[in-house]
Design a binder for this molecule. Structure first.
Ligand SMILES: [Zn+2]
Length: 274
């Protein structure tokens, strides 16, 4: 039975002893012959970071490769950080952005952080670019990712953002009463235009709410939609058949348009009977 440790295979025992341990004649995968005790072989397997043990020659080569590989990671800490962050947002519930990614079902579909790193270097990555998921609800995978300069564009002085006569991201954010980060996120990540953002600031009662306030409102709203029971839903549908409108029914029931539509859909889908 062949006894193998890393890249070394024991051929035979020798008469030699080291600290009273038997010294074995071993053959490296490259063909070199070396002499090792079993305890040194087993401890090498445990401590080696690069698949050792090897013969001295191969050990040197492999160590060099390891340094080069590590160098590649160290060479672009920014890119490494972005790749690591993408995986964490999708897979680590403790990550502060997990709620917008992993919790929403967005997956990290590169084989590994290293795979994304390598893919990025082969697909146009440079230090001034940001990772962009083409489909905002899509996953982190090669077909849905690209490196784009949206964020640098936002801060590029030659391409100053203008709105209502106000110049610059910072001043526009101030004008709207929100943070620069929220503004750039809405513009470039969520792809909402300045006009739409302005409109939201005037009409969306939650525009200036905190994230917590927004979440609790969404929960309340989900509960509200169930406030219309099956009998009421039947009545609403009959009224509409007899000439009423969704808007009129919403006014009558003192709920919003969407709640009425949801109730009708629930009735049609038979959800009330479940
Ligand atoms: Zn070797």
């Amino acid at each position: 039975m062949e006894e193998r440790y890393g890249h070394l295979t024991i051929i035979e025992s020798t008469d030699k002893r080291k600290n009273s341990y038997v010294v074995y004649k071993c053959k490296c995968d490259c063909g070199n012959i070396v002499y090792r005790t079993k305890s040194s072989l087993t401890s090498s397997v445990k401590t080696s970071k690069n698949g050792g043990p090897y013969c001295d020659e191969c050990a040197k080569k492999s160590q060099q490769q390891l340094v080069t590989k590590h160098g590649m990671w160290a060479k672009n800490r920014r890119l490494y950080g972005i790749c690591k962050g993408a995986k964490a947002r999708c897979e680590n519930p403790k990550n502060t952005s997990y709620k917008d990614y992993g919790a929403r079902g967005i997956k990290f579909k590169f084989n590994s952080i290293q795979h994304m790193y390598k893919w990025s270097l082969e697909n146009g990555y440079t230090d001034n670019l940001s990772i962009d998921r083409i489909d905002n609800n899509g996953d982190y995978e090669p077909s849905n990712c690209r490196w784009v300069d949206i964020y640098t564009q936002a801060n590029n002085k030659r391409d100053i953002l203008q709105f209502h006569g106000i110049k610059g991201t910072k001043n526009i954010a101030k004008y709207l009463g929100i943070s620069i980060r929220r503004l750039t996120n809405m513009l470039y990540r969520d792809k909402i235009t300045l006009d739409e953002i302005y409109e939201k600031s005037k009409t969306d009662p939650l525009f200036y709410a905190t994230n917590t306030e927004r979440r609790s409102f969404a929960q309340r709203k989900r509960k509200d939609e169930w406030k219309i029971n099956k009998e009421e839903a039947i009545e609403i549908v009959n009224n509409i058949k007899n000439g009423s409108s969704i808007n009129r029914e919403a006014n009558r029931m003192k709920v919003d348009f969407k709640t009425i539509k949801t109730a009708i859909k629930r009735l049609e889908d038979g959800i009330y009977d479940l």
